[in-house]
Design a binder for this molecule. Sequence first.
Ligand code: FAD
Length: 383
Amino acid sequence: MNLGLSEEQAAVQELARDFVAREIAPHVVAWDRAEQVDRSIVRKLGEVGFLGLTIDEEYGGSGGDHLAYCLVTEELGRGDSSVRGIVSVSLGLVTKTIQSWGTEEQKREWLPRLTAGEALGCFGLTEPGTGSDAGNLTTRAVRDGDDYVINGTKMFITNGTWADVAIVFARSTDAPGHKGVSAFLVPTDTPGLTRNTIHGKLGLRGQATAELVLEDVRVPASALLGPEGKGFTVAMSTLAKGRMSVAAGCVGIAQAALDCALEYAGQREQFGKTIAHHQLVQELLADIALDVDAARLLVWRVADLIDRGLPFTVEASKAKLFASEAAVRCANNALQVFGGYGFIDEYPAGKLLRDARVMTLYEGTSQIQKLLIGRDLTGVSAF
Ligand code: FAD
């Protein structure tokens, strides 16, 4: 097994590091305090090619492999999880889903703009009443002549305020459970669609997260993404790869925690020597370093499986579960290394912890990942 990077992968990793240093790092604290990253970052992400990494070249992407995608996601997560999330959702949950499930017309309409960062995508699955139990969603799409009319509310939608197109999951047939769910491509300027930005988030404060309210939103039948009634399959196949991306972002948080804790431990002096000399501080650093390595290896395994066309869904759940819990541990340990200064937002550890916390919640909570892994182990569904 070769755990090294190819020349192309190393080059894309370097590109991402350079991008973060130039375009993200100088603004991280200000964006977090302002509760908004500068929107021009979307265009810049498109120009550097990060919004089309795994998309075919004929649609404006660079046709890169999934390990390259993970490397970029890790670096963005190391820089700012809010920016990382913009890419994970627009590329991973929207652009990639249109490439996998869309008609040629849908691909030609959206992919070049999405990969260029001229348009942004969001993914509308969660509702106020259905989160983990997404298959029971209640948003309704009713066929009316050549159109569908959609009514419902979507909650916690990343990129929601800014997005130009939303993948909206709605119940379009009377089949019970998730069998009646379909996916629709809904331009966000469609009459009847309103967005309410969600403020006061614990972390990912720079990210535009919104509630989407759909009132008699009329879309043509050609807006159907994938076959009617197969929307839940569309959602689950998308989220399996999405979990790899979240996990890679968590490795970035964990690595950033190690970077800042190490640097601080080498500078801060207590009891006449730098705190790096104290054994219990070294224990904190060693625990972080171990989590970083273990999480990264799990993520790379998923990318490798995908790139070799092998089954990866359960491995993606394991990587997401471990990496998200590890990111919380690492950020918390880093904060401890900083002592009281860790509690102040001029120092990075607190933001890492706030940003890490949501990773155990979205794209399937830690409990849901455990149920997916448990089902695979036992053959018994405990949902
Ligand atoms: P619930 O499902 O109500 O869960 C509450 C608790 O019960 C959790 O601890 C959960 O693990 C537990 N639980 C539930 N069912 C079980 C069970 N069967 N067994 C054991 N425990 C269980 N959604 C989107 O569609 N698109 C987005 O872009 C998006 N972005 C998000 C961004 C942010 C910042 C946040 C906070 C959320 C986002 N979400 C998004 C929603 C996210 O995916 C949901 O919050 C998540 O799936 C959990 O759903 P819930 O919040 O309704 O919690």
